[in-house]
Ligand binder design. Structure first.
Ligand code: DX5
Ligand code: ZN
Length: 229
């Protein structure tokens, strides 16, 4: 499989008073997606940003957004997010957060956006396997959601390869949590093609350089993986 690897910069670790300049830095470095971590203090023990901030971010960047909803009852809020997001942006919700995943997917798609579903580290792939043909993206969490700066959980790696083996062509498989230059080759090898990172980009001295480095490592990892196939 030839994968186009995309790097998603999570602004959770960026300076919120300087979102514009932080986003411009990663944009100049060729970032593929801006990852927005939406937390409600209910599904996860933290509260972050919502449609109000996303509306502002849409005004300062053309880079597609990867909106990661860590909220209970996502079906109630899709319209609010779709109203501020742009066509082609991703909205990803958690399978653990709703009893109506099919409805959420259809709300996202009817709004003209791309639909993703996310799995917590302890959630089995079985819970979403039947939905794969209706999805644009699957996001595998490699930390328990809620905070940036946590340690990568290698035990989730088999879930990536399982989903890649079942995935229809074109399904994006994303990994999120604890990404570092060191573990990128492992996630690429298993079949992830979107790599979300917060600390590895924004908690470094030079986010521009960090994106360039992550992109290069991912590119090399793809080369290596395709040589082995
Ligand atoms: C965690 C968020 C992640 C987080 C990643 O709940 O969904 O996107 O920002 O942060 P790092 O890359 O620092 O683990
Ligand atoms: Zn996230």
């Amino acid at each position: 499989m030839s994968q186009k690897i995309k790097i998603a910069a999570s602004i959770l670790a960026a300076n919120p008073m300087r979102f514009e300049s932080e986003i411009k830095k990663v944009e100049r470095a060729g970032i593929d997606l801006i990852h927005i971590d939406v937390m409600d203090g209910h599904f996860v023990p933290n509260i972050t940003m919502g449609p109000f901030i996303i509306k502002g971010i849409k005004k300062i960047t053309k880079v597609p957004l990867d909106i990661h909803l860590m909220i209970t009852h996502p079906e109630r809020y899709i319209k609010a997010f779709a109203d501020v997001a742009g066509k082609g942006d991703f909205i990803t919700f958690h399978i653990e957060a709703t009893k109506q995943p099919k409805k959420v997917i259809s709300l996202i798609k009817k709004a003209g956006l791309k639909a993703g579903v996310s799995l917590n580290p302890n959630t089995k792939t079985k819970s979403i396997e039947k939905l794969l043909s209706t999805l644009d993206l699957v996001l595998i969490m490699s930390v328990y959601p809620g905070f940036d700066g946590q340690k990568f959980m290698p035990e989730v790696l088999p879930k990536i390869s399982r989903l890649r083996s079942l995935a229809p062509d074109g399904l994006e498989i994303a990994i999120d949590g604890g990404i570092t230059p060191e573990n990128i080759p492992q996630v690429v090898k298993q079949g992830a093609n979107i790599i979300a990172a917060a600390s590895a980009i924004f908690k470094t001295e030079d986010p521009y350089k960090a994106v360039k480095t992550l992109k290069e490592i991912a590119k090399q990892a793809v080369k290596k993986t395709s040589c082995m196939n």
